[in-house]
Structures are given as C-alpha cells and as structure tokens.
Design a protein. Structure first.
Length: 104
C-alpha cells in the first residue's frame, strides 16, 4: 500500500475515493523514563526513550490507518497527516489521518 502526505501520487491516477481513514495509538509513559527525561531537559539533549515511544506510536497509528483503508478496498492513502497530543500527565496519543483511495 502506498502512503503519502501529498494529495496525489506522481505517475498514478486516482480512480476511486473511499473516504477518510484514521489510526490512533495511545502510549503510556513510565516513571523511570520520565525521571531521565527531566534530567535530559536540565542538561540538554534529545530524549532517546521518548523518541522511541513516539516512533512506536506513529508506526501503530500507520498500521491502523492501513488496516482501515484495506477494509474499504483501497490500495493507497493520500494526504496523510499526524497529530500528537499529551493525554493526562503520562499518556501520549498519536493520530494519523488520510484519504483512502484506489490508484491505477
């Protein structure tokens, strides 16, 4: 399945629009990761543990997106966008949305 953030796929034509699809992933943080992230905030640098959580959540959201599109009979998703939110004090939510389409 082709997934793109653009509204079209170069060299392909869209023959059918199936509708909007969305995938969500909510991931919990933990005390140890939070503690070391706070230390990282003080001394500077990137928080590798949080980056891994975000990447995993994004991949899970993409998997959900592809599953929904496949159920609709689509073979591609165009116009994909991501949104990341903090839920409560220790949960991270990643939402992926796009338009499921059939391309020739």
């Amino acid at each position: 399945m082709i997934i793109t953030t653009t509204g079209s796929i170069e060299g392909k034509s869209i023959s059918h629009y199936h509708g909007i699809v969305a995938g969500e992933a909510v991931m919990g943080a933990n005390f140890v990761r939070d503690f070391f992230a706070r230390i990282r905030d003080i001394v500077g640098g990137r928080s590798g543990s949080y980056q891994k959580v975000i990447k995993g959540a994004r991949n899970d959201a993409i998997d959900d997106l592809m599953d929904q599109a496949a159920e609709l009979g689509a073979n591609a998703i165009v116009g994909v966008s991501f949104d990341t939110e903090v839920v409560g004090s220790s949960m991270l939510m990643v939402i992926a949305t796009g338009t499921a389409v059939t391309i020739d």
